[in-house]
Design a protein around this ligand. Structure first.
Ligand code: HEM
Length: 492
């Protein structure tokens, strides 16, 4: 073979030899770059073989929650894939995930340092930041305390047990009236666009002490951005996984940067107004309480972690961002399930009717008397798994694909089975577990109780309700028009 090649060399020009040598060097460097050296004594994780540059993106496809589940059946609970040029370890199975996030919580408490995360909240995001020098920890604690103290604060009148209840009850009433007028005008409605404004108003109330009208274009356009945001963050921006692409600013990336700027500008304006009218003796909302905290820290020379004024914007921005899309998605899916399972909807209505006087609105204190509603919410979290990467493993459940709230009830249906409920891990686990969990659970419960008491949700005759989710940070249902009927107070 060598002998056969030698005579050919004479007919090749110097420049051709140089091109060939350069190509060979590039191939060699690429192979070295993609080949991850495994430290001695450790073995390579199982997983599909990656292609150069793109890795396994073709196998992952558009529905990663399904393709990765299929891969876990083939490669086991711990396997490796490659997205672009980045190696990614995939964990599945409740015990494996618990081992990593809870038992080895410290090691797994960080986030990957992705390029697009630098544009979220100007790189100061609590939810998306890696923990540098304990800053995430300090911000998380601050945000958690602010959320807790403002949701449990006394309502403005004794009618409400706390501020959170007051905000939800008032927004629930506005929502019912809004749906009633849309139904009168059009005879049908789309759940998500109305719900998202009501839920955003609850978090706006707590963070900024204000609410917006359902037709307020500034808020409506802002809350609609969350869908685009979720698509980039969850499906991955190519520049996160192929560093060379950072230099080619794609249109997706441009709109991602733009939407983050719009979000921050919205919050910044409100925070500035709060600074201008700040009164230490009258802390009005979460923004005020964070400003107050910063003022104290400036005076406290011993404090080791300073939270600067600009980070206040970051924290409020995070709470606002995390606080409306998730809850709205849960509520919007709830309506879809009520329509798809009318017998469950009727049982929920009857439960409310027997336990809450028709002449008053449901309250947080009614929760222990409404076990079916609580079981319905647990089953909604489990069955929809709308946060795709907190999917509880199927083997934990009997007949996992059927929607059956009764699986969470005691045999006589009077109590929620707490042990079963704890297997639903929608809020994550470990050090990064959701800090809005209590607020979120209360919001989903109380909004639903108010809606079910006042409205009966129905499909449009002749139209099917499509329950196929669309992939995103929170998986939403497709746009869907429904009917609803206002309940009369004396109906059976
Ligand atoms: C049904 C509603 C909600 C669900 C299902 C949900 C779920 C989650 C999940 C799965 C995480 C990530 C956990 C992890 O990385 O391991 C998370 C993080 C977070 N959630 Fe929620 N959430 C909800 C509502 C809320 C609300 C209402 C707020 C605030 C008011 C909130 C604030 C946050 C924050 C700030 C983080 C980031 C925590 C960190 O990185 O340290 N969430 N949530």
């Amino acid at each position: 073979m060598v002998l056969m090649v030698l005579p050919l060399i004479g007919s090749v020009s110097v420049s051709e030899v140089l091109v060939a040598l350069t190509t060979a060097c590039l191939v060699y460097l690429m192979v070295r770059y993609f080949y991850t050296e495994i430290p001695a004594g450790l073995r390579r994780l199982p997983g599909p073989t990656p292609l150069p540059i793109i890795g396994n993106v073709l196998e992952i496809g558009r529905r990663p929650y399904l393709s990765l589940t299929a891969m876990s059946k083939r490669y086991g609970d711990v396997f490796q894939i490659q997205i672009g040029t980045r190696p990614v370890i995939v964990l599945s199975g409740i015990e494996t995930v618990r081992q990593a996030l809870v038992k080895q919580g410290e090691e797994f408490s960080s986030r990957p340092d992705l390029y697009s995360f630098r544009f979220i909240n100007e790189g100061k995001s609590l939810s998306f930041s890696t923990d540098q020098a304990g800053v995430w920890r300090a911000r998380r604690k601050l945000a958690y305390n602010a959320l807790r103290s403002f949701s449990t604060l006394q309502g403005t009148t004794p009618e409400y047990s706390c501020m959170l209840e007051e905000h939800i009850c008032k927004e629930g009433e506005y929502l019912v009236n809004r749906l009633s007028s849309v139904l009168q005008a059009d005879g049908r409605f789309e759940p998500f666009p109305h719900i998202v404004v009501s839920v955003a108003n609850v978090i706006c109330g707590m963070c900024f002490g204000r609410r917006y009208d359902h037709d307020d274009q500034e808020l409506v356009s802002l809350v609609n951005l969350s869908n685009e945001f979720g698509k980039v963050v969850s499906s991955g921006n190519p520049a996160d996984f192929i560093p060379a692409l950072r230099f080619l600013l794609s249109s997706t990336m441009k709109s991602f940067v733009d939407l983050n700027t719009r979000f921050t500008t919205f919050v910044q304006k409100i925070v500035n107004e709060h600074y201008a009218t700040f009164d230490k003796e009258n802390i009005r909302d979460i923004t005020d309480s964070l400003i107050d905290h910063c003022e104290d820290r400036k005076l406290d020379e011993n404090s080791n972690i300073q939270v600067s004024d600009e980070k206040i914007v970051g924290i409020v921005n995070d709470l606002f961002g995390a606080g409306f899309d998730t809850v709205s998605t849960a509520l919007s899916w709830s309506i879809m399930y009520l329509v798809t399972y009318p017998d469950v909807q009727e049982r929920l209505y009857q439960e409310l009717k027997s336990n809450v006087d028709q002449n008053r609105k449901p309250r947080l204190s009614d929760k222990p008397n409404l076990p079916l509603l609580e079981a319905f919410i647990l089953e909604l979290f489990r069955h929809s798994s709308f946060l795709p990467f907190t999917i509880p493993h199927c083997e934990q459940w009997e007949d996992p694909s059927s929607f059956n709230p009764d699986r969470f009830l005691s045999a006589d249906g009077t109590e929620v089975n707490k042990a079963e409920g704890e297997k639903v891990t929608t809020f994550g686990m470990g050090k990064r577990r959701c800090i809005g969990e209590i607020i979120a659970r209360n919001e989903v419960y109380l909004f639903l109780a108010i809606l079910i008491q006042r409205l009966q949700f129905l499909p449009i005759p002749g139209e099917t309700v499509d329950m196929t989710p669309e992939y995103g940070l929170t998986m939403k249902h497709k746009d869907c028009r429904l009917k609803a009927r206002m309940r009369t107070r004396d109906e059976q």
